[in-house]
Design a protein around this ligand. Sequence first.
Ligand code: 13P
Ligand code: SF4
Length: 306
Amino acid sequence: MDFREKIAALKEQKRAVILAHYYTSAEVQQVADFVGDSLALSQKAAGVDADIILFAGVRFMAETAKVLSPDKKVLLPVTEAGCSLADSCDAAELAKARRENPDHLVVSYVNTSVEVKALTDICCTSSNALDIIGALPKDQKILFVPDRNLGSYINRCMERDMKLWNGCCLVHEEFSVEKIAALKALHPKAVVLVHPECKPEVVAMADYAGSTAGILAYCGREDVEEVIVVTESGILYEMESRYPNKKFYLVEPEKSSEKCVSCKDMKLVTLENIYQTLLEESPEVIIDEEIRAAAEGAIRRMLEMS
Ligand code: 13P
Ligand code: SF4
Protein backbone atom coordinates (compact mmCIF):
# COMPACT_ATOMS: atom_id res chain seq x y z
CA MET A 1 0.00 0.00 0.00
CA ASP A 2 1.29 3.48 -0.75
CA PHE A 3 0.82 6.41 1.64
CA ARG A 4 -2.37 7.55 -0.09
CA GLU A 5 -4.04 4.19 0.47
CA LYS A 6 -2.75 3.92 4.03
CA ILE A 7 -4.04 7.42 4.82
CA ALA A 8 -7.45 6.64 3.30
CA ALA A 9 -7.73 3.46 5.40
CA LEU A 10 -6.77 5.27 8.63
CA LYS A 11 -9.19 8.13 7.92
CA GLU A 12 -12.06 5.69 7.64
CA GLN A 13 -11.02 3.57 10.62
CA LYS A 14 -10.58 6.61 12.91
CA ARG A 15 -13.37 8.86 11.56
CA ALA A 16 -10.74 11.45 10.70
CA VAL A 17 -10.88 14.31 8.19
CA ILE A 18 -7.97 16.17 6.65
CA LEU A 19 -8.33 19.93 6.19
CA ALA A 20 -5.66 21.53 4.00
CA HIS A 21 -4.72 25.04 2.94
CA TYR A 22 -4.13 25.91 -0.74
CA TYR A 23 -0.44 26.55 0.02
CA THR A 24 0.34 22.94 0.92
CA SER A 25 1.90 20.71 -1.74
CA ALA A 26 -0.22 19.16 -4.51
CA GLU A 27 0.05 15.64 -3.10
CA VAL A 28 -1.14 16.84 0.31
CA GLN A 29 -4.11 18.70 -1.22
CA GLN A 30 -4.99 15.49 -3.07
CA VAL A 31 -5.49 13.48 0.15
CA ALA A 32 -7.45 16.24 1.89
CA ASP A 33 -11.22 16.03 2.43
CA PHE A 34 -11.45 19.79 2.19
CA VAL A 35 -9.07 22.42 0.82
CA GLY A 36 -9.76 26.10 1.38
CA ASP A 37 -8.69 29.56 2.43
CA SER A 38 -8.39 30.51 6.10
CA LEU A 39 -12.05 31.54 6.43
CA ALA A 40 -13.47 28.42 4.75
CA LEU A 41 -11.15 26.20 6.78
CA SER A 42 -12.29 27.73 10.06
CA GLN A 43 -15.96 27.44 9.01
CA LYS A 44 -15.35 23.79 8.12
CA ALA A 45 -13.53 23.10 11.39
CA ALA A 46 -16.50 24.52 13.30
CA GLY A 47 -19.01 22.18 11.70
CA VAL A 48 -17.27 19.03 10.54
CA ASP A 49 -18.66 15.62 11.58
CA ALA A 50 -15.58 13.64 12.65
CA ASP A 51 -13.67 12.47 15.72
CA ILE A 52 -10.29 13.66 14.49
CA ILE A 53 -9.28 16.71 12.43
CA LEU A 54 -5.82 16.49 10.92
CA PHE A 55 -4.76 19.96 9.89
CA ALA A 56 -2.48 20.12 6.87
CA GLY A 57 -1.24 23.65 7.31
CA VAL A 58 0.48 25.72 9.96
CA ARG A 59 0.04 25.99 13.72
CA PHE A 60 -2.35 28.96 13.92
CA MET A 61 -4.78 27.16 11.59
CA ALA A 62 -4.75 23.98 13.68
CA GLU A 63 -5.20 26.06 16.83
CA THR A 64 -8.24 27.77 15.28
CA ALA A 65 -9.72 24.34 14.51
CA LYS A 66 -9.16 23.24 18.13
CA VAL A 67 -10.67 26.46 19.50
CA LEU A 68 -13.82 25.86 17.43
CA SER A 69 -13.97 22.10 17.97
CA PRO A 70 -12.66 21.52 21.50
CA ASP A 71 -14.21 18.05 21.76
CA LYS A 72 -12.39 16.76 18.69
CA LYS A 73 -8.81 15.61 18.59
CA VAL A 74 -6.92 18.08 16.39
CA LEU A 75 -3.63 16.87 14.95
CA LEU A 76 -0.83 18.96 13.41
CA PRO A 77 1.73 16.75 11.65
CA VAL A 78 4.69 19.09 12.20
CA THR A 79 4.73 20.97 15.51
CA GLU A 80 7.30 23.46 14.17
CA ALA A 81 5.08 24.53 11.23
CA GLY A 82 4.76 28.19 12.17
CA CYS A 83 4.04 31.48 10.43
CA SER A 84 6.26 34.57 10.28
CA LEU A 85 3.17 36.78 10.38
CA ALA A 86 1.77 35.09 13.51
CA ASP A 87 5.25 35.31 15.07
CA SER A 88 5.34 39.06 14.50
CA CYS A 89 2.81 39.64 17.30
CA ASP A 90 3.65 38.51 20.80
CA ALA A 91 0.77 38.20 23.31
CA ALA A 92 2.62 40.09 26.09
CA GLU A 93 3.29 43.02 23.72
CA LEU A 94 -0.35 43.04 22.61
CA ALA A 95 -1.51 43.03 26.25
CA LYS A 96 0.68 46.12 26.80
CA ALA A 97 -0.70 47.80 23.65
CA ARG A 98 -4.25 47.13 24.85
CA ARG A 99 -3.48 48.80 28.18
CA GLU A 100 -2.00 51.81 26.36
CA ASN A 101 -4.97 52.07 23.96
CA PRO A 102 -8.03 51.28 26.11
CA ASP A 103 -10.42 53.01 23.68
CA HIS A 104 -9.28 50.88 20.70
CA LEU A 105 -11.02 47.71 19.53
CA VAL A 106 -8.47 45.00 18.71
CA VAL A 107 -9.12 43.35 15.35
CA SER A 108 -6.73 40.49 14.61
CA TYR A 109 -6.04 38.72 11.37
CA VAL A 110 -6.46 34.97 11.96
CA ASN A 111 -2.72 34.57 11.33
CA THR A 112 -2.05 34.95 15.06
CA SER A 113 -1.37 32.66 18.00
CA VAL A 114 -4.26 31.50 20.17
CA GLU A 115 -2.85 33.68 22.99
CA VAL A 116 -3.14 36.76 20.74
CA LYS A 117 -6.68 35.76 19.73
CA ALA A 118 -7.55 35.54 23.42
CA LEU A 119 -6.70 39.28 23.66
CA THR A 120 -8.67 40.10 20.51
CA ASP A 121 -12.17 41.58 20.16
CA ILE A 122 -12.87 40.33 16.61
CA CYS A 123 -10.83 38.22 14.22
CA CYS A 124 -10.86 38.56 10.44
CA THR A 125 -9.34 36.85 7.42
CA SER A 126 -8.39 38.36 4.08
CA SER A 127 -11.76 37.10 2.73
CA ASN A 128 -13.89 39.07 5.15
CA ALA A 129 -11.61 41.86 6.43
CA LEU A 130 -13.33 44.62 4.43
CA ASP A 131 -16.79 43.45 5.56
CA ILE A 132 -15.78 43.15 9.22
CA ILE A 133 -14.14 46.58 9.35
CA GLY A 134 -16.96 48.07 7.25
CA ALA A 135 -19.49 46.85 9.83
CA LEU A 136 -17.77 48.79 12.64
CA PRO A 137 -18.80 52.41 13.29
CA LYS A 138 -16.63 54.88 11.37
CA ASP A 139 -15.57 56.63 14.59
CA GLN A 140 -14.59 53.39 16.35
CA LYS A 141 -10.84 53.42 17.04
CA ILE A 142 -9.22 50.18 15.93
CA LEU A 143 -5.86 48.54 16.55
CA PHE A 144 -5.28 46.13 13.64
CA VAL A 145 -2.96 43.18 14.37
CA PRO A 146 -0.48 41.93 13.10
CA ASP A 147 -0.28 42.51 9.31
CA ARG A 148 0.70 46.08 8.42
CA ASN A 149 0.18 45.30 4.71
CA LEU A 150 -3.36 43.94 5.02
CA GLY A 151 -4.09 46.72 7.53
CA SER A 152 -2.92 49.49 5.20
CA TYR A 153 -4.88 47.90 2.32
CA ILE A 154 -8.04 48.04 4.48
CA ASN A 155 -7.25 51.64 5.50
CA ARG A 156 -6.96 52.64 1.83
CA CYS A 157 -10.07 50.76 0.66
CA MET A 158 -12.32 51.83 3.54
CA GLU A 159 -10.86 55.29 4.20
CA ARG A 160 -10.09 54.27 7.77
CA ASP A 161 -7.26 55.27 10.03
CA MET A 162 -6.68 52.06 11.96
CA LYS A 163 -3.56 51.88 14.08
CA LEU A 164 -1.40 49.12 12.56
CA TRP A 165 0.82 46.56 14.24
CA ASN A 166 4.19 46.40 12.49
CA GLY A 167 4.07 42.75 11.37
CA CYS A 168 4.25 41.07 7.99
CA CYS A 169 4.40 37.75 6.17
CA LEU A 170 8.02 37.25 5.14
CA VAL A 171 6.85 35.07 2.24
CA HIS A 172 4.57 37.69 0.65
CA GLU A 173 7.22 40.37 1.28
CA GLU A 174 9.33 38.55 -1.32
CA PHE A 175 7.20 39.88 -4.18
CA SER A 176 8.60 42.95 -5.92
CA VAL A 177 7.25 45.50 -8.40
CA GLU A 178 10.21 44.84 -10.73
CA LYS A 179 9.69 41.07 -11.11
CA ILE A 180 5.94 41.48 -11.64
CA ALA A 181 6.46 44.28 -14.18
CA ALA A 182 8.96 42.09 -16.08
CA LEU A 183 6.44 39.24 -16.24
CA LYS A 184 3.68 41.64 -17.31
CA ALA A 185 5.91 42.86 -20.16
CA LEU A 186 6.24 39.25 -21.35
CA HIS A 187 2.51 38.52 -20.95
CA PRO A 188 0.63 41.80 -21.47
CA LYS A 189 -2.81 40.12 -21.56
CA ALA A 190 -2.33 38.52 -18.14
CA VAL A 191 -4.23 39.91 -15.15
CA VAL A 192 -2.26 40.51 -11.94
CA LEU A 193 -3.91 38.83 -8.95
CA VAL A 194 -2.38 39.78 -5.62
CA HIS A 195 -2.77 38.68 -2.00
CA PRO A 196 -3.14 41.73 0.29
CA GLU A 197 -0.34 40.41 2.53
CA CYS A 198 2.01 41.87 -0.15
CA LYS A 199 3.64 45.30 0.16
CA PRO A 200 1.41 48.30 -0.78
CA GLU A 201 3.37 49.04 -3.99
CA VAL A 202 2.80 45.43 -5.11
CA VAL A 203 -0.92 45.54 -4.21
CA ALA A 204 -1.12 48.76 -6.26
CA MET A 205 -0.28 46.72 -9.39
CA ALA A 206 -3.25 44.38 -8.88
CA ASP A 207 -6.19 43.97 -11.21
CA TYR A 208 -7.68 42.21 -8.19
CA ALA A 209 -6.46 41.86 -4.59
CA GLY A 210 -7.97 39.31 -2.22
CA SER A 211 -7.70 36.07 -0.32
CA THR A 212 -6.63 32.81 -1.92
CA ALA A 213 -10.30 31.87 -2.41
CA GLY A 214 -10.99 35.31 -3.92
CA ILE A 215 -8.04 34.97 -6.30
CA LEU A 216 -9.21 31.50 -7.38
CA ALA A 217 -12.73 32.78 -8.01
CA TYR A 218 -11.35 35.67 -10.11
CA CYS A 219 -9.42 33.16 -12.26
CA GLY A 220 -12.81 31.67 -13.20
CA ARG A 221 -14.00 34.86 -14.94
CA GLU A 222 -14.70 34.36 -18.63
CA ASP A 223 -12.56 37.34 -19.64
CA VAL A 224 -9.51 35.98 -17.78
CA GLU A 225 -7.22 33.75 -19.87
CA GLU A 226 -3.79 34.42 -18.38
CA VAL A 227 -2.87 35.17 -14.78
CA ILE A 228 0.22 36.50 -13.01
CA VAL A 229 -0.05 34.83 -9.61
CA VAL A 230 1.14 37.07 -6.77
CA THR A 231 0.71 34.74 -3.83
CA GLU A 232 2.31 31.55 -2.54
CA SER A 233 3.00 28.99 -5.27
CA GLY A 234 1.04 26.06 -3.74
CA ILE A 235 -2.16 27.67 -5.05
CA LEU A 236 -1.09 26.73 -8.58
CA TYR A 237 -2.31 23.16 -8.05
CA GLU A 238 -5.93 24.28 -7.46
CA MET A 239 -5.72 26.90 -10.24
CA GLU A 240 -4.59 24.39 -12.85
CA SER A 241 -7.05 21.74 -11.64
CA ARG A 242 -10.00 24.14 -11.89
CA TYR A 243 -8.95 25.94 -15.06
CA PRO A 244 -6.80 23.58 -17.17
CA ASN A 245 -7.14 25.76 -20.29
CA LYS A 246 -5.85 28.97 -18.69
CA LYS A 247 -2.24 30.05 -18.28
CA PHE A 248 -0.71 30.86 -14.91
CA TYR A 249 2.63 32.57 -14.36
CA LEU A 250 4.45 32.40 -11.02
CA VAL A 251 6.64 35.32 -9.99
CA GLU A 252 10.28 34.85 -8.92
CA PRO A 253 11.19 36.18 -5.45
CA GLU A 254 12.88 39.58 -5.31
CA LYS A 255 16.14 38.39 -3.76
CA SER A 256 16.62 34.60 -3.71
CA SER A 257 17.39 32.47 -6.77
CA GLU A 258 14.25 30.33 -6.34
CA LYS A 259 11.86 29.98 -9.28
CA CYS A 260 8.81 30.95 -7.25
CA VAL A 261 7.70 32.22 -3.85
CA SER A 262 7.09 29.37 -1.42
CA CYS A 263 6.15 29.15 2.28
CA LYS A 264 8.53 26.59 3.77
CA ASP A 265 6.29 26.06 6.79
CA MET A 266 3.32 25.04 4.62
CA LYS A 267 5.58 22.62 2.75
CA LEU A 268 6.64 20.82 5.94
CA VAL A 269 3.49 18.67 5.70
CA THR A 270 4.08 15.50 3.67
CA LEU A 271 2.14 12.30 2.96
CA GLU A 272 4.56 10.42 5.19
CA ASN A 273 4.08 12.66 8.24
CA ILE A 274 0.29 12.77 7.67
CA TYR A 275 0.28 8.97 7.78
CA GLN A 276 2.47 8.80 10.93
CA THR A 277 0.37 11.47 12.66
CA LEU A 278 -2.89 9.66 11.94
CA LEU A 279 -1.39 6.35 13.03
CA GLU A 280 -0.03 7.67 16.33
CA GLU A 281 -2.74 10.33 16.84
CA SER A 282 0.09 12.70 17.69
CA PRO A 283 1.22 15.51 17.73
CA GLU A 284 -2.07 16.77 19.11
CA VAL A 285 -2.97 20.46 19.58
CA ILE A 286 -3.67 21.12 23.28
CA ILE A 287 -4.86 24.56 24.45
CA ASP A 288 -5.44 25.85 27.97
CA GLU A 289 -9.26 26.09 28.42
CA GLU A 290 -9.27 29.72 29.65
CA ILE A 291 -7.26 30.86 26.61
CA ARG A 292 -9.35 28.71 24.27
CA ALA A 293 -12.63 30.14 25.53
CA ALA A 294 -11.36 33.73 25.24
CA ALA A 295 -10.07 33.11 21.70
CA GLU A 296 -13.35 31.44 20.71
CA GLY A 297 -15.28 34.65 21.37
CA ALA A 298 -13.15 36.58 18.87
CA ILE A 299 -13.42 33.89 16.20
CA ARG A 300 -17.17 33.31 16.69
CA ARG A 301 -17.82 37.07 16.39
CA MET A 302 -16.04 36.93 13.02
CA LEU A 303 -18.00 33.86 11.85
CA GLU A 304 -21.29 35.51 12.82
CA MET A 305 -20.36 38.55 10.72
CA SER A 306 -19.16 36.50 7.68
P1 13P B 1 -6.04 33.08 2.93
O1 13P B 1 -6.04 31.69 2.38
O2 13P B 1 -7.11 33.28 3.93
O3 13P B 1 -6.05 34.08 1.84
O4 13P B 1 -4.67 33.25 3.77
C1 13P B 1 -3.44 33.32 3.17
C2 13P B 1 -2.35 32.94 4.07
O5 13P B 1 -1.28 33.48 4.04
C3 13P B 1 -2.54 31.86 4.98
O6 13P B 1 -1.40 31.66 5.67
FE1 SF4 C 1 2.30 32.63 7.39
FE2 SF4 C 1 2.96 33.84 5.15
FE3 SF4 C 1 3.30 31.21 5.34
FE4 SF4 C 1 0.82 32.25 5.19
S1 SF4 C 1 2.39 32.32 3.62
S2 SF4 C 1 1.54 30.68 6.64
S3 SF4 C 1 1.08 34.18 6.30
S4 SF4 C 1 4.36 32.79 6.55
